[in-house]
Design a protein. Sequence first.
Length: 134
Amino acid sequence: RQVQESPVRRMHMTYTRRILLSLAAVYMLCGWALAFLRDTSRAAGLLDFVLGVATMIAVYVWCRAEARRVSPRPVGRWPLWAAIFPPLFLPVFLFRTRAKGAALVAIGKGLGCYVGLLSLMLLSAFVAVMVRMS
């Protein structure tokens, strides 16, 4: 007997993947742009701002969708706090909406995702520098 996955679960995975893909595109474009901009101090500040805003928006949108999907009780303003200062409030949000083990797994996945995004940005910048030099 096959167990069918619920449509809500499939929609959530698609939604999470869309958020991650759009965030990956922003990080990749910022890495690419960093290699071609002349004034690196101003450009780096602007790119840091773009990355920060994009990350905040992605965290907020994901937390709101995740709260609706997982938590039976209202979570209040925790998605907003998680977006404003993710290192502190995103784990708090995850522990408020999940069991301890699932929250720890989600924190590990989040850290892995962030390291992956930074690696993608650095790889993109490296490729852009190689293209620029050739």
